[in-house]
Design a protein around this ligand. Structure first.
Ligand code: CMP
Length: 143
């Protein structure tokens, strides 16, 4: 029974991962690893997903819906295919902004240990995520 549940989770995650363009670069072995590692989650509109100042041990990929990032200057909206929560994961610093669900949102979360796994199996994707974190930290708000 446990095996069957695991199999269903795998199939469902597989479908969700297809909504994130970043993962399309992965080869089949790395893709299987990431599909196993990601945890799906549905968040209702208005709910806070991560709060500025909190410790962050996971990052999130948006499958469907939109989130609002309350940055210092003005709020930024991120939609399907985008990700957030990578800054705390990479720097080890507290969350830089509060992120809340602008609509009901379907997410896939990736924990720090699994991010390390992704970094070694796909340095290219890890590099893209790192670059985005640096751009968001320094420059103006962006997707
Ligand atoms: P983290 O600091 O872990 O938690 C808040 C997240 O909001 C952060 O990671 C980024 O993913 C996101 N974020 C912070 N600043 C910006 C910005 N200027 N533009 C887009 N997203 C941002």
């Amino acid at each position: 029974f446990y095996e069957e549940v695991r199999r269903q989770d795998f199939v469902r995650n597989w479908q969700l991962v297809a909504a994130v363009p970043l993962f399309q670069k992965l080869g089949s072995a790395a893709l299987i690893e990431i599909v196993r590692a990601l945890r799906p989650r549905i968040v209702p509109a208005g709910a806070v997903i991560c709060r500025k100042g909190d410790v962050g041990d996971q990052m999130f990929f948006i499958v469907e819906g939109r989130v609002t990032v309350a940055t210092a200057d003005h709020p930024v909206e991120l939609g399907a295919g985008n990700f957030f929560g990578e800054m705390a994961l990479i720097s080890g610093e507290p969350r830089s902004a509060t992120v809340s669900a602008a609509t009901e949102v379907s997410l896939l979360s990736l924990y720090a240990v699994d991010f390390q796994m992704l970094s070694s199996s796909s340095p290219e994707i890890a590099e893209t995520i790192r670059k985005t974190a640096l751009e968001r930290r320094g420059g103006p708000p962006r997707e």
